[in-house]
Design a protein around this ligand. Sequence first.
Ligand code: ADQ
Length: 459
Amino acid sequence: MGRLVVVSNRVGPLKDTGRAGGLAVALVDALMETGGLWFGWSGNVSEEGSFGQMKTQKTRSVQMAQVDMTQADYDAFYAGYANRTLWPVLHYRLDLADFDHRFEQGYRYVNDRFATRLKPLIQDDDVIWVHDYHFLTFAASLRAMEVNNPIAFFLHIPFPAPEILAALPNAAGIVRAMLAYDLVGFQTERDASNFRRFVIEELGGIDEGDGHLRVNGRVVIAKAYAIGIDADAFSKFPMTPDARKNMTRLEKLLGGRQQIIGVDRIDYSKGLPERFKAFERLLEDYPENRGRVSMMQVAPPSRSELDAYIDIRRALDELTGHVNGRFSDLDWTPIRFMTRSFPRRVLAGIYRVSRVGLVTPLRDGMNLVAKEYVAAQRAEDPGVLVLSRFAGAAERMPEAVIVNPHSAEEVAAGLQRAITMPLEERRNRWQVMFDRLCQEDAAAWSRSIMADVKTIRRA
Ligand code: ADQ
């Protein structure tokens, strides 16, 4: 069996540092199975950029290879097309998108350059697996260099309806480039069908059923493969010493009161200001919760060089001050807002002592926090997940309390329902979700993508 070659914007870490996201862990597992190579950006900007020396490192059967970018690459490819154009458009936010034509050029250039650096490392029987919106055109670059290996792609963020995507200048060109992949995987059925619809309506593709599209005499698989977590491992995190120590601290502080927990990178897709307003609405509409239920929001900053991100941070500081000023009591503060990160084990403990997990993105590919919150609960006395209908996770977690994050009243009512839900109902809902999480875990996700891409025979 051939090796696996993973391509993603950021590479590693190969060891579980406690802070690494669940995705890194899932990919390392997949890489360890066959041995392989993980290729991507080093995270560094330098004068030579991708022409500079490749940084390599090997741990057991897995090799990492990373290249730099120049400042111009970073501006056009990463800060530009990826984060100022694709991220907003794919999250249905045309109002925030920056359509600068130089960005697309820079994006395609970096995809070409990275493909050029990867090519000499590829062996004949390798299977290549490319990740996320930074590399939509990567397979097209490789094919132009006559790489004929099977290449799979997975999009971690949503794929919008064709009516939205059509606003992206040269959307057809970008989607046509994506058809150089043998398999294009999405988080949800909705995303996959949006993509198929674009290919059929705009590019003359033919639907052959079961996610198979025929275009230009070739077959491409475009299907949903919902990303999972290692639910079994995560469910044990709250028992680790690090988690327990912090749980004790938090339980002491709560003193029997209930806590709602939110954990998200600061990003406009996560619906954070809307969430804070919904919590305020809870205290207004259901005053019995004053002094009894608090909300903790953990939100490490991300992409803080972009204006849109600075604005949210400011809005959240103001909302926290407003709600706390209005409702605080001597021994109770309604909102605790922390812009920092925690090791994943500690997060798991925080989830476990929180009666409600509040996950209300305006759009989200999947949202792993929703899954981690459920995995961390105690079977005898589990908390309740309140989940946005616009998170990909909602498609496979209907037992959560599903809400529309744009409606403060609806989220407040959902919170009230979660806070007052009887034990028996909490247990029933939780058990179904937890069993499904264990079955549809990270390993099953990568296995099914790898199995499907190998069914495509290239002419
Ligand atoms: P993200 O937008 O980053 O991921 P998410 O799926 O929630 O969103 O994953 C975040 C990860 O970071 C989780 O594993 C979480 O535990 C961790 N994390 C968040 N805040 C943290 C903190 N303060 N301290 C420590 N860890 C923290 C993108 C897409 C998602 C998709 C994932 C995976 O936007 O929709 O689910 O990729 O495909």
